[in-house]
Each structure stands twice: as C-alpha cells, then as structure tokens.
Design a protein around this ligand. Structure first.
Ligand code: 5RP
Length: 268
C-alpha cells in the first residue's frame, strides 16, 4: 500500500490496535434533519475528543465542522435519493474525487445495495469510485446498505455484500453486526466495521453488540444513533471507546457509563 493511502487510513483505523471509532452524522443526506442531528455542529462538538473519525457529507463538513478539526474525515459521496422518494437504493456518486481532495478527506464512502433493483448501478458506482480514488491514494469505505429491510441483517447476506465490496477493491467495509458475525469477517479480506442501526433498547445491548463484533474479528464501529441519540452522548461515546480501544468488557463499559452519568448529574 502506498504511503498516502496508509497515512489516510491510519487517521481512521488506529495503527496501535487496528481499531476505529467513527461517528457518522451523514444521515441527513436522505433523512433530512432527523432526531439528534437537527444541529450537527451541536451534536458533534462534545464527541470530538473521544472519536477517531467522522463520516459526513461535504455540506455538513463545510458548514458545521471547524477547519482546524484534526481527526479523520470520511466523506459520504453517494446519494441522490430520499426517504420520501420511490427507492432508497437508487444512489449515484454525488461528490467528485477532486472535491474529496480539496476537502482533505481521509477516505470516501459509498453505499451498495446488493440484491436490489439497483445492485448493478451501486456496484459499478463503487468500482468506478475505487478506480479513481486509488489514483490519488484515497481509501474507499463500502457501506453495505439495507434500506428499510432491516431483516436482511443476517450473516449469509452480509458476508456476500462485504466480500463483493472487498473484491471490487474497497479498502474497508461497513456492515451490521449479526449472529455468526465471524463468518462475515472471515470471508472479507479487509477491515470490517459495524453500524449501530436504529437505537437499541438499552446501553448494555449496544455494549454487547460492539464487544461481540470485536471478539469475532471486527475492527470497530461507524456508529451514530446509538451514541448521539442517547440521553448522555458524551458518556456513551466514552464507554464505547473503552470497549474499542481499552478492551473493556460490556459490564465494565456499563459501570463506566453509569459513573459518568452520575458525575454529569452532579455537575462534576
Ligand atoms: C447512513 C449511514 C450511517 O452512517 C450508518 O447507518 C451508521 O449510522 P447508525 O449507527 O446510526 O446506523 O450509512 O446511510
């Protein structure tokens, strides 16, 4: 791997442990100002000290993030559809690689919709983007999207999606945690990160999901709603960080979270 590619990737996947804690705030590109992201700057600010990288669109990067931001930036470059339109899978490339260079992106991300009417379109989008990004040493993160079909989050399907993304040249992949997640990781020769999906019932569910993914060989998270929709986002990201970078167990992470929430309520 060339120096530029390695340098950019190291801003996201930390070289000391090979893991990443990425906070995505790109949901508005098809969902609009959803709960927790009405004011992206306000959502992001308390999380910055604890994250490795953010994932977002160029519009939110330019308008809501200070240019002296010194962590990794994954630029979302696919879109062109909306939650009220006919098809969530009907995505194209919406931001050029030249723009990614101009914005000093550490990586770019694009969704693929395997098994949908737009499978071919999104996979060829991925391949074309990779061809161009490889020329400039920019890593591409493939997002294995399921749209509204959350039931698709099972090992056989996700292993298929992740492997296809890696075969096309994605440098890393974002997918979902599932039973048998080790099969997804084993079949994919590049790092696999997990999204959180809709907010889970308890904090412990989130901690167990992350811990389980790491135990199965996963490389970390690109996790949004389960962190910034929590009542205590800063406590939540610190507990998540303890699991990812300090090998905390779900129980230890939960104790840490509870302690931080108590301190917060006392104004410590
Ligand atoms: C939007 C995305 C999100 O970045 C992704 O779903 C991760 O966020 P969450 O943890 O909230 O699911 O790719 O399409």
């Amino acid at each position: 791997m060339d120096w530029g590619m390695r340098n950019r990737l190291s801003r996201i996947i930390q070289p000391r442990d090979g893991r990443a804690l990425v906070i995505p705030i790109d949901h508005g590109y098809f969902l609009g100002p959803m709960t927790g992201l009405e004011d992206p700057r306000k959502t992001l600010e308390p999380l910055i000290p604890y994250l490795d990288a953010i994932m977002l669109t160029r519009g939110i990067l330019r308008n809501c993030v200070d240019p002296n931001f010194d962590k990794g930036v994954i630029l979302r470059v696919s879109g062109g559809q909306s939650i009220v339109g006919p098809s969530l899978s009907d995505e194209d490339i919406i931001t050029s690689v030249e723009e990614a260079v101009r914005l000093n992106a550490s990586a770019v991300s694009l969704s693929i919709y395997v098994g949908t009417e737009h499978e071919h379109q999104t996979l060829t989008n991925l391949a074309k983007l990779i061809d161009e990004c490889e020329r400039y040493g920019i890593p591409v993160l493939a997002v294995t999207a399921v749209g509204r079909e959350l039931e698709k989050r099972e090992a056989r399907y996700l292993a298929l999606c992740c492997r296809i993304a890696a075969e096309l040249g994605a440098r890393f992949v974002k997918t979902y945690y599932c039973d048998g997640f080790e099969k997804v990781v084993e079949g994919c020769p590049v790092p696999v990160l997990i999204a959180g999906g809709p907010k889970m019932e308890t904090e412990m569910d989130v901690f167990e999901t992350i811990y389980g993914s790491l135990e199965a060989g996963g490389s970390g998270v690109v996790m949004g709603r389960n962190i910034w929709q929590n009542d205590h986002p800063a406590a939540m990201i610190r507990a998540v960080r303890a699991i990812i970078h300090e090998d905390a167990t779900p129980k230890e992470a939960h104790q840490f979270y509870t302690q931080l929430v108590e301190e917060e309520s006392k104004g410590v």
